[in-house]
Design a protein around this ligand. Structure first.
Ligand code: URA
Length: 235
């Protein structure tokens, strides 16, 4: 559970600067769960009742938008029943963020995380039709006819996929751009042609690019990136 320093909690509630928050604590005007707390090192966790001058305060959460280069082996859920590593283990910040959509455990590459539920919901809603670009390494070469089938749509879980953009790259690598987000969609699209995806990496999500982000590294989105994302859903 994430712990936050009491003075930061008070500052984030917009009550006082961090320095004045420290004064409030020293003066015994701050209670946590009904008990006056005077130590500046005190921490609070979600669910604690914090009162200043007898009034409950709640921090105004700053919105945060992150991109990470997900390594293979991490799950994109917030908890895992099998105790596998979870993607947020890699992000050591005070704020709780969650993944925008998902990537399979055995897929690497670009994943967005945020605490902005509203924007996240819009981005993953099928009507947004956000393009996602992947590079897939496949166990054998596809013929032109097979490439065409992938482009036009193939049967996955009893339903045709929407048209996709597919380009052959070096060796048995294929760049594929889809705007749906069905479960294991890229792997299943190739599987419908009896091809096995050996490696899958996401390179782009809408206007956001993985770029040269190292494996397991993360960055806060730039203003330009965030503005671009918002434009994709504010239509
Ligand atoms: N398609 C897949 O098969 N897996 C992913 O993680 C994303 C798209």
């Amino acid at each position: 559970m994430i712990q936050i320093r009491l003075q930061k909690y008070i500052r984030d509630a917009g009550i006082a600067s961090r320095r004045s928050a420290e004064d409030l604590i020293r003066q015994g005007r701050v209670k946590v769960n009904g008990v006056v707390v005077r130590e500046l090192g005190s921490k609070v966790v979600e669910g604690d009742l914090v009162e200043v001058n007898g009034k409950k305060i709640v921090p105004i959460e700053e919105k945060i938008y992150i991109k990470i280069n997900k390594p293979v082996g991490f799950v994109t859920t917030l908890k895992d029943e099998f105790d596998r590593p979870i993607i947020t283990d890699l992000i050591k910040i005070d704020t709780r963020v969650f993944p925008v959509g998902r990537l399979d455990m055995d897929t690497s590459g670009l994943l967005l995380l945020t605490n902005d539920g509203d924007l996240s919901n819009k981005l993953i809603h099928p009507s947004s039709e956000i393009e996602k670009k992947y590079i897939a390494n496949v166990d054998s070469t596809l013929s032109d006819e097979e490439l065409d089938k992938l482009r036009k749509g193939v049967m996955v879980d009893g339903k045709m996929t929407h048209p996709a953009k597919v380009f052959k790259r070096r060796g048995n690598n294929y760049e594929i751009i889809i705007h749906e987000g069905r479960n294991r969609q890229v792997r299943k699209m190739f599987a419908s042609l009896s091809k096995r995806v050996l490696e899958l990496k996401r390179l782009e999500f809408g206007n956001i690019k993985l770029g040269d982000l190292g494996l397991g590294d993360w960055k806060i989105l730039s203003e330009i990136e965030l503005e671009g994302l918002r434009k994709l859903v504010d239509r």
